[in-house]
Design a protein around this ligand. Structure first.
Ligand SMILES: [Zn+2]
Ligand SMILES: [Zn+2]
Length: 404
């Protein structure tokens, strides 16, 4: 049986993951601590914005913070941008020490500024990392091949062994023993198949395998809240969602119960041991760091397709913003609203999942823009498209509208 202190989540998305993850840093560290885990790695997508609040939360709950990010990765970014290539992989990069942290910040900044990429006006913006950038800033970093969407597992899954081998070899030449092959088990047959090949390749290349949990929400019952957020992140209801409810922050025991080998689960603690204490003082960052960390986030918000989105906002009744402010701001008097308004209370009583979802999302730090989008999406969706649970949030907006 794997002990909780021998497992470290090395792949965790918080609400810093651009409307993809809904875990608050504080609740994340609290849960890890309650489970008896000693460290957590933060690996938000394309963003380092949550670093300060993650470090604060980790210190509060006596958890060792491991700073990382899950990048969008291609072999050659400029080529990929010019040819509008749809192929983009994931790659997890973790800072081992202060030098690694500097390089992680550089990689993040360079990928956003040099290799800024957006497929079309309504798609998600990205900064791309590539092999050349990685080789420039490789010192002090630990790399994992990321989830099923990592380059190596994707090549393996499609039977492209040559490319899988060449990419894995390039990464191994750069990172040596600091390269790990990452596997997970979210009960998805394609993923399982890709990871079987990855384990085989790990044996041949003498690379260690680590078992991860691609956590996007804290508990299993939060899956629907994450589905809401990710489904509306384009400013309209795209219907995009995860394949099942397995993307939550698991205990070592739950990891083991999925059938992942104990050895791979325990290997994660090797990564935690390699990571030292960072001396980086995020509370008074040097000016360039401030730009890099904060700038990355606001860039993402402000450089969204501002014009079209702004005109969309104007269509939203101000009452919906009122509801947004009242219901979706951290520390909101949701309970007061519940006791004051029997109509809302009734919706919640009829649909417990709705109440849970509203409460879960109300603690999530997301940029203003996506929250407005959430309401915009819900207020413009044809009612017949709504399953009952979703109807509730729509009704809350309507309710606010009627009140005004
Ligand atoms: Zn991924
Ligand atoms: Zn991920």
């Amino acid at each position: 049986m794997v002990k909780e202190q021998d497992y470290v989540s090395i792949h965790t998305h918080t609400d810093g993951s651009h409307n993809d993850g809904i875990i608050s840093c504080d609740k994340l560290c609290e849960k890890a601590s309650l489970l008896g885990q000693r460290a957590v790695a933060l690996t938000d997508h394309n963003s380092l914005a949550a670093f300060p609040r993650f470090i604060t939360a980790a210190n509060k709950h006596d958890i060792k913070p491991i700073l990382g990010s899950e990048f969008y990765f291609v072999k050659n970014a400029q080529q990929s941008i010019q040819t509008k290539d749809n192929e983009r992989f994931h790659l997890v990069v973790i800072a081992k020490n202060d030098q690694g942290l500097k390089n992680l910040i550089m990689l993040h900044n360079q990928s956003w500024t040099k290799n800024y990429f957006r497929m079309h006006p309504r798609s998600v913006e990205r900064g791309l990392l590539d092999v050349e950038l990685l080789s420039q800033y490789s010192e002090g970093l630990i790399i994992t091949t990321a989830c099923y969407y990592g380059g190596v597992p994707q090549y393996l899954f499609t039977g492209d062994t040559d490319n899988a081998l060449s990419l894995a070899s390039e990464l191994k030449d750069l990172f040596g023993e600091d390269l790990y092959f990452e596997i997970a088990d979210h009960f998805i047959p394609d993923e399982t198949k890709a990871f079987e090949h990855l384990i085989e390749l790990a044996g041949k290349m003498e690379v260690k395998v680590v078992a991860a949990q691609d956590a996007h929400y804290l508990n299993k019952e939060d899956a629907f809240a994450q589905e809401l957020l990710i489904g509306t992140r384009f400013g309209y209801y795209s219907g995009f969602k995860f394949p099942n409810d397995q993307f939550y922050f698991k205990s070592a025991q739950e990891m083991s119960e999925t059938g992942l080998k104990d050895e791979y689960i325990i290997n994660t603690s090797e990564i935690a041991e390699k990571v030292g204490n960072y001396s980086w003082d995020y509370s008074t960052p040097k000016s360039e760091e401030k730009t890099l960390i904060n700038g990355a986030y606001s860039k993402t918000l402000t450089s969204l397709d501002a014009l079209s989105r702004f005109s969309m906002f104007r269509k939203i009744p101000s009452a919906i913003f009122y509801a947004y402010k009242k219901l979706f701001k951290e520390g909101d008097p949701l309970d007061t609203i519940l006791t004051e308004d029997p109509k809302i209370r009734k919706y919640f009583e009829q649909t417990p999942l709705l109440e849970h979802t509203v409460r879960t999302l109300s603690g999530v730090e997301v940029g203003l823009l996506p929250r407005r989008e959430l309401f915009a999406a819900f207020s413009s969706m044809p009612p017949e498209k709504f399953p009952l649970e979703r109807m509730g949030i729509f009704l809350i907006s309507q309710w606010a509208f009627e009140r005004e």
